[in-house]
Design a protein around this ligand. Structure first.
Ligand SMILES: [Zn+2]
Length: 318
């Protein structure tokens, strides 16, 4: 199977979250999409993505008028790309979400002839519960445990900043975040996203941690064992939690697992496919073979593309 994710425009090949071309579109700043930055390719991305990556913005797409970037939801700076090609209009989504989040507006559904769509959740078993009810449960968890230390596990680039805004806006709390997440928070603020947080290791954090507090840590660290050792260190009960779409299908060793996703689930992926009007659907990345087979079974002209990047199989990558 051809695993190259690319697009040809005016004889120029552009990698799509795929670093094998000289010019690459990077849909967003999650590490499983940013190999092109590590390889110092010429990058097409949103200004926010450059800022989050700590790089000076480039504008290669401006010299290619048939290319256009569109909002993708998912995280700050995430974009889709479309192009007018000889075969008609082509669109590539990358990771996307059709709902507004705390830090990113919803994805635009691009009308196109051929659609390359992220198929991570494109199977009927992947349905996320109503977002408002998940947020209500999270607020209840924070309130019920206000006398304890609460530690949320989150990917530090994207999800951590969503949780900071959730805690600011809905719980009136400024969480403690570790230094790498604090750095990303400062990049978000450069992009105009207001975040109220306390960076771990500062005198302000030391003062905050004398009392019950809420912290956001890398998801790979947060589990019952971590909670127990933190409880011993601070002499206070500790409650651990994660907020991820994978909580709908996997068990996590924490006190609260909330299925708050920044991705389109099955229902929203199908909505995108139908509303795009595409006559050809190319399922990309995780789950592409199964997704394409399912779509063909319901009469949609679909094919699979293999992995251009590591499969998203762990909480740390979502
Ligand atoms: Zn992502």
């Amino acid at each position: 199977m051809d695993t190259l994710h690319s697009l040809s425009v005016d004889g120029i090949r552009i990698g799509l979250d795929d670093a094998s071309s000289e010019i690459c579109f990077v849909s967003h700043a999650h590490s499983d999409h940013t190999e092109a930055f590590r390889k110092n390719r010429k990058i097409i991305a949103s200004e926010e993505t450059f800022v989050i990556m700590g790089r000076e913005p480039q504008a290669h797409h401006l010299s290619m008028p048939s290319l256009k970037l569109h909002p993708a939801g998912h995280m700050l700076g995430a974009r889709q790309i479309s192009a007018d090609t000889e075969g008609g209009k082509f669109a590539y989504t990358g990771d996307f979400a059709l709902h507004d989040s705390f830090t990113a507006p919803a994805a635009e559904i691009i009308k196109c002839d051929a659609l390359m769509i992220d198929s991570t959740y494109c199977l009927p078993s992947y349905r996320f519960p109503n977002r408002a009810s998940v947020l209500r449960q999270m607020r209840g968890f924070v309130k019920e445990n206000e006398e304890s230390i609460i530690v949320f596990g989150a990917y530090i680039r994207g999800k951590a900043q969503e949780l900071v805004r959730f805690l600011n806006d809905e719980c009136y709390l400024a969480p403690v975040v570790n230094a790498p997440a604090a750095k990303i928070c400062s990049h978000y603020e450069k992009c105009g996203v207001k975040l109220d947080y306390v960076a771990a290791g500062t005198p302000e954090a030391e003062e905050a941690m004398r009392h019950p507090f809420v912290a956001i840590m890398p998801s790979s660290m947060v589990n019952f064992q971590f909670g127990s050792s933190l409880s011993d260190a601070y002499g206070r009960e500790v409650k651990t939690a994660v907020a991820t779409g994978w909580a709908t299908v996997s068990k996590f060793p924490v006190d609260g697992a909330f299925p708050l996703s920044d991705h389109a689930d099955f229902k929203d992926t199908m909505r995108y496919i139908y509303e795009s009007g595409a006559s050809k659907v190319i399922c990309a990345n995780s789950n592409s073979e199964n997704a394409a087979e399912y779509l063909r079974s319901i009469g949609i002209n679909a094919v699979a593309k293999g992995m251009a990047r590591p499969a998203q199989t762990t909480l740390a990558e979502c």
